[in-house]
Design a protein around this ligand. Structure first.
Ligand SMILES: [Zn+2]
Length: 131
């Protein structure tokens, strides 16, 4: 399967933050899984993650993977959303010295990068400070 086909298949998750909640133990998986890694359950209900949370940890990337090299330096963080799911994403619209553990963030959809000569725009989620 080509990269772009995979990208389009993933769009509902990326845009709507769809996660899978285990019907047996209640654990929320994002991205969704086929088998629950806590109780081995196989039945899930679709839930939409909250778009707000708090930053658990953060770091500044000064030398990034080549696809992102024109964006360095940039900040990455792990946030715990309301409800307990953890997400890793770039943190946008922030001065690095403003970053603190526990700061409230919101999830926004932003352009991640342009892919090659075809110019496929990749969108995804980023954290922004909730002010
Ligand atoms: Zn489970």
């Amino acid at each position: 399967m080509s990269t772009s086909a995979r990208y389009w298949r993933e769009i509902p998750q990326r845009y709507r933050l769809e996660a899978a909640k285990c019907r047996k133990c209640g654990k929320v998986h994002f991205p969704p899984r086929v088998i629950c890694n806590t109780c081995r359950g196989r039945e899930f209900e679709k839930v939409v993650l909250p778009d707000a949370g708090r930053l658990l940890t953060h770091t500044v990337i000064r030398i990034g993977p080549s696809a992102f090299s024109n964006e360095t330096p940039y900040a990455m963080g792990i946030a715990e959303l309301d409800g307990g799911v953890r997400l890793t994403a770039q943190i946008a619209d922030v001065e690095f010295d403003e970053l603190t553990v526990g700061m409230p963030v919101r999830i926004e959809f932003r352009k991640l990068r342009e892919e090659g000569e075809a110019g496929i725009l990749c969108y995804g989620y980023k954290f922004v400070p909730a002010r």
